[in-house]
Structure formats: structure tokens, C-alpha cells
Design a protein around this ligand. Structure first.
Ligand code: NAD
Ligand code: UDP
Length: 343
């Protein structure tokens, strides 16, 4: 550990001291696809600190080595550059399958690739799980509910998705992914977990992510206009990434194989959300309305009764507390980028 704590990258001293020790019996080998992404890297942190062996696999489409570089050199950690559309062979106990672009501008950039990632990628991970008898957890999404006509959304709601709209590559891709999970479970007896994740935010979101949280925070910090798409009456419910990571781990280690919503039911209109962020940043940005985007869901809020009953999970961090941490993160990033551009 002394050797490791002396290793330094990019001016940051590594500290592996808070990693729990586990013996062979309780230590698991865990694959995290999309492990260099926003959610994936936070999940990797928690699994590593808990003493497991972690393989983070990523093609770096939206993820970055920087998100996990603090683990490089640790004997329990491996970072693999690979695309899940191609088969991958490894021996593991658990697979968290997160690889897929998640932000609308990212998944719309190459819709064909988004569909391939969510279908072929999921088949490859299920094939792997079948061969090595691993449990596989799919990062599904609230987008499978489409523009919901039931509010809040319980897992029993079948959804309202436009098969030919701009979001369909992602929404339908995830819907097929869920179908694949269920089919492999029924036919091949693969152990499955399905997490339907609602809007999540926190540190390590990409600066150009394009999702509302990063857009609004960066606009507010820089004193630029905060851009609302449409009239701002559409609603979302936002959860902080640490809560999500706890939920994913609780679900994986439960014995529940039906879909589970993971989200924070605190619901806001996008207009209210813009005002909250402007206040927290103490910004003078004006709030402006832009054209609405096509097929934008009008309302979204999870019913999280199943999570409470089946996996004993509920979110602990309020939106405001999460936003304060996230604002600090983006302030820091913007500062670092400025320094880099001066150099
Ligand atoms: P992200 O874009 O930060 O992470 C996705 C990661 O997957 C990136 O590191 C990316 O490079 C990698 N990836 C993409 N295609 C790949 C491929 N073909 N092969 C290998 N790696 C690939 O997004 P995120 O917010 O961390 O999302 C993670 C997962 O959670 C996604 O599956 C997403 O659909 C799901 N999800 C996220 C949210 C949210 O609000 N963040 C909501 C619902 C669902
Ligand atoms: N949105 C907005 N301004 C932005 C980015 C997003 O008003 O700069 C809106 C978007 O139209 C949607 C909501 O914020 O109604 C959430 O968008 P996001 O892309 O974060 O996630 P979604 O839930 O739509 O996948």
C-alpha cells in the first residue's frame, strides 16, 4: 500500500488506503461495462472500496479513462478497452451491464450504433453470463415508459413509445434489451436483474453531456442564458448518483429478477428546476425558452414501492444536497479547463 500511495498521476497522489480487505471466499470478480462512464465509474469506486476485483470495460464513446484512473495500478482493478458489440471472454461472478450512450444528443448522434450496442451488446453479455453462470444486471431506463400516460410510473406500466421517433433507437433498444434478459432467463436460466433508472446526476457527468443538469449548471456558472426546451412545464425527478449506485448494488445482491425502478420521486417542472439551479449557483443568468424537442416526455416520476419492498432501497440524498455537490464539481472542472487553456 505504501508503494501504491507513492504512485502519482497527473499531480494527484493515489490513495488506496480505504479499500476493504476480502479473502477469496467473499471477494467477487465483477465486470462493469460502461465502467469509465458517469454512473459506471461511481459504481467501480464503490465495488473497489468494498474489496472486490473489478474489470471496467469501455469503448470511450462518452466515457473517459480519467473517471477511473485513480484505480490504475491497484491489483484488484483492470481497465479494458473493448466494444460490447463484439463478444468478450472473461471469467466473472457478476456483470453490471451499463454500456450505452445515455444522453439524448449522444444516443441520437449514431442511432444505428445505439441500437447495436443495446441489442448485440446485451446478447454478448447474456451469452457471457450463460457460459460462466454469472448474474447480469441491465441498466435499463425510465425511457422505456416513453411519454407516459400513467403517473407516477410503476413497473407494471407498459409504456407509450414512438417506434419511429428520434428517441426510438434508445427507448426501443432498451426495451429489446429487457426482452433479451427475460428470454435468456426463461430459456437459458441466466440469473437476471433489471434496473429501470430514472434521471440521475452528479460529478463526472460530461461537460458536453447535453442533459439538463449539466447544461443548466454550466450555463448558470458562466452567466449565460439558461435554455429551457419548450415551455418548461414538462417534469422530471432527479436522483443523485450515490443513491443510484447503492440501489444497483442492492438489486444485484437481492434475489429479485423482475424490473425495479430506481429513482428519486422528488418531481419538478423544468422551469422550477432552472430557478433552483440559478439560486443555488447565485447566478444572474436569464432563463430563456427555446423550441421544444420532438417527443419530449411531458412528465416523469418513479413509483419506488417495489424497490422498498423487494430490495430495501430508497434514495437518501435530496435534490438540493446533490445539486450543491454537483455544482462544486462543475466549478472545479471549469476552473481546471481555464488553467489548461492558459497553459
Ligand atoms: P455515460 O454516457 O456516462 O456512460 C456510458 C458508458 O458506456 C460510457 O463510458 C461509454 O463510453 C460506454 N459505452 C457506450 N457504448 C459502448 C459500447 N458499444 N461498448 C463499450 N462501452 C460503451 O452514461 P451514464 O449516465 O453513466 O449511463 C450509464 C447507463 O445507465 C446507460 O446504460 C444508460 O442507458 C443508463 N441510464 C442512465 C441514466 C442517467 O440519468 N444517467 C438514466 C437511465 C438509464
Ligand atoms: N432540457 C432543457 N434544456 C436543456 C436540456 C434539456 O429544457 O438545455 C429539458 C429536456 O427537453 C427535457 C428535460 O430537460 O424535458 C430533461 O432532459 P434530459 O436531456 O436531461 O433527459 P431526458 O429525461 O429527456 O432523457
Amino acid at each position: 500500500s505504501l508503494k501504491h500511495s507513492l504512485l502519482a498521476t497527473a499531480g494527484e497522489t493515489k490513495n488506496f488506503d480505504d479499500v476493504k480487505y476480502r479473502n477469496e471466499e467473499t471477494r467477487k470478480r465483477i465486470l462493469v461495462t460502461g465502467g469509465a462512464g458517469f454512473v459506471g465509474s461511481h459504481l467501480v469506486d464503490k465495488l473497489m472500496r468494498d474489496g472486490h476485483e473489478v474489470i471496467a470495460l469501455d469503448n470511450y464513446f462518452t466515457g473517459r479513462r480519467k473517471n477511473v484512473e485513480h484505480w490504475i495500478g491497484h491489483p484488484n482493478f483492470e481497465l479494458v478497452h473493448h466494444d460490447v458489440v463484439m463478444p468478450y471472454f472473461v471469467e466473472v461472478d457478476q456483470i453490471y451491464h451499463l454500456a450505452s450512450p445515455a444522453s439524448p444528443p449522444h444516443y441520437m448522434y449514431n442511432p444505428v450504433k445505439t441500437i447495436k450496442t443495446n441489442t448485440l451488446g446485451t446478447i454478448n453479455m447474456l451469452g457471457l453470463a450463460k457460459r460462466v453462470k454469472a448474474t447480469v444486471l441491465l441498466a435499463s431506463t425510465s425511457e422505456i415508459y416513453g411519454d407516459p400516460e400513467v403517473h407516477p410510473q410503476p413497473e407494471t406500466y407498459w409504456g407509450h413509445v414512438n417506434t419511429i421517433g428520434p428517441r426510438s433507437c434508445y427507448d426501443e433498444g432498451k426495451r429489446v434489451a429487457e426482452s433479451l434478459m427475460v428470454a435468456y432467463n426463461k430459456q437459458e436460466k441466466v440469473n437476471i436483474r433489471i434496473a429501470r433508472i430514472f434521471n440521475t446526476f452528479g460529478s463526472r457527468m460530461h461537460m458536453n453531456d447535453g442533459r439538463v443538469v449539466s447544461n443548466f449548471i454550466i450555463q448558470a456558472i458562466q452567466g449565460k442564458p439558461i435554455t429551457i426546451y419548450g415551455n418548461g412545464e414538462q417534469t422530471r425527478s432527479f436522483q443523485y448518483v450515490d443513491d443510484l449506485v447503492d440501489g444497483l448494488i442492492a438489486l444485484m445482491n437481492s434475489n429479485y429478477s423482475m424490473p425495479v425502478n430506481l429513482g428519486n420521486p422528488e418531481e419538478y417542472t423544468i422551469k422550477q428546476f432552472a430557478e433552483v439551479i440559478r439560486d443555488l449557483v447565485e447566478s444572474k443568468s436569464e432563463i430563456v425558452m427555446k423550441d421544444a424537442v420532438e417527443d419530449d416526455p411531458k412528465q416523469r416520476k418513479p413509483n419506488i414501492t417495489v424497490a422498498a419492498q423487494k430490495i430495501g432501497w430508497k434514495p437518501k440524498i435530496s435534490m438540493r444536497d446533490g445539486l450543491m455537490k454537483t455544482i462544486d464539481y462543475f466549478r472545479d472542472e471549469i476552473q481546471k479547463n481555464k488553467k489548461r487553456s492558459i497553459r
